[in-house]
Design a binder for this molecule. Structure first.
Ligand SMILES: [Cu+2]
Length: 418
């Protein structure tokens, strides 16, 4: 077994990892070769501070606000690439989406998208950001590589957006009077294919990881609406506290959350039963939720108390309240991952935590094609320089090998730390 290169995405000092000796030392320090627990994840949180025209940065290892990044007026939508390296932030009192390099927390580019961009959504493969251009009644398709707008599709006063896990369909909350509803966009053809009309204003929405249902909230309704996506019809309404806002499914699909702004509470939902299982107090006017990759910790922005509640979903306790600045609204958590080079016809054994994404890049001059021993995932044929990623949600030991060179065998050990 040989480890030629391995580093963490989202670590705080990637520049320190250059040089083969340093990389080998790092691999050893991470316990990859020794088989010790390694790669404890400490992603950053990015928070839109609406009244400060900035994005706040919180280090989840210390629960400290570590930076504020100035962006144009009205920080609104946030979307982060699956590799955790690039954040997109819209400004609704402006015409811009700011592109932020998460290694430096600096704005690296600005994209002109149109009047008053609201919510943003990232495609699962990280190639596209959809931006709800509220003021122009369109949804912009932004190419994340070229940072350019590829197309615009008409949607009346679009606000928030959710993309299906297969990356094919977007649902957009349309807030124009007289045409309230959920617009359905086909992402491949960049066309609007339908509209589910509503009698109230849709607010925020989230799709279950199995792609079967969509939870959304409405202004003037104290329930979470459950849409059956196969039937396109309402399947249930879950009563929660007054003025529910952001619903969010955990990555494993076993839990969902929603905040209610009136009572300042976070609700836990069992998606299998579409039933509330617990609720607890957070701060004033809770707005948005981010979940740790392992699904154990929720981070809730409280717009009315200018802070962030850190919630242990196991004990149902707020373990920290972090002052983050004026008007915290949306929040995203940085995805964490491990990057692995395939070199010299060797595949490593590596240890990660649930929810982490592994990206393999082939550096050999011949193609490799990776497949799970249990066939649960499979890469395309990877030419030299090509990459493949897979996110491991569950604990366990997962063997994999190369189809073209069966002697190439590797293993991913997924376990919670400690
Ligand atoms: Cu191979």
């Amino acid at each position: 077994m040989r480890i030629s290169r391995l580093h963490r995405h989202g670590g705080r000092d990637p520049a320190a990892l250059h040089g083969p000796a340093a990389l080998r030392a790092l691999a050893l320090a991470l316990g990859i070769v020794l088989g010790l627990p390694a790669m404890a994840a400490s992603p950053k949180l990015f928070i839109g501070l609406f009244k400060e025209n900035a994005v706040g940065v919180v280090d989840t290892a210390t629960n400290q606000l570590v930076d504020k990044i100035s962006i144009p007026a009205g920080p609104h939508g946030l979307a982060i690439t699956p590799d955790g390296r690039t954040l997109f932030a819209s400004s609704d009192a402006d015409t811009k989406v700011s592109v932020i390099d998460t290694a430096t927390d600096k704005v690296s580019a600005t994209i002109e998208v149109g009047n008053s961009p609201h919510g943003l959504a990232m495609s699962p493969d990280g190639s596209l950001v959809l931006a709800a251009i509220f003021g122009d009644s369109s949804v912009a398709f932004i190419d994340t590589a070229s940072r350019s707008v590829l197309a615009k599709v008409a949607v009346p006063s679009p606000h928030n957006i959710a993309i299906s896990p297969d990356g094919r369909t977007a649902y957009v909350a349309a807030q124009a009077k007289g045409s309230l509803g959920l617009a359905i966009l086909d992402i491949g053809s960049r066309t609007r294919t339908g509209m589910i009309s509503l009698d109230k204003t849709p607010r925020a929405l989230s799709i279950s990881p199995d792609g079967r249902k969509l939870y959304y909230t409405l202004a003037g309704s104290d329930s979470v609406q459950v849409l059956d996506l196969a039937k396109g019809s309402l399947a249930a309404e879950l009563p929660v506290g007054a003025s529910p806002h952001h619903p969010l499914f955990a990555a494993n699909g076993k839990t969902a959350l929603v905040v209610s702004q009136g009572p300042g509470e976070l609700y836990l939902i069992d998606p299998a039963k579409d039933a509330v299982t617990a609720h607890l107090q957070v701060g004033k006017l809770p707005h948005w939720i981010a979940l740790s990759a392992d699904g154990r910790t929720a981070y809730v922005t409280n717009e009315g108390s200018n802070d962030l509640s850190v919630v242990d979903l196991g004990t149902l306790r707020v373990t920290a309240t972090i002052a983050v600045g004026a008007g915290p609204r949306k929040v995203v958590i940085q995805p964490m991952g491990a990057a692995v080079s395939i070199k010299g016809f060797a595949l490593p054994e590596l240890r990660i935590e649930p929810g982490m994404r592994v990206t393999w890049t082939n550096e050999d001059p011949v193609p490799h094609s990776l497949v799970a021993d249990d066939s649960s995932w499979k890469s395309p044929e990877l030419a030299q320089g090509s990459s493949y990623s897979f996110t491991f949600q569950n604990e366990g030991s997962f063997g994999y090998h190369c189809i073209l060179h069966p002697f190439m065998q590797g293993k991913v050990l997924v376990a919670y730390p400690g």
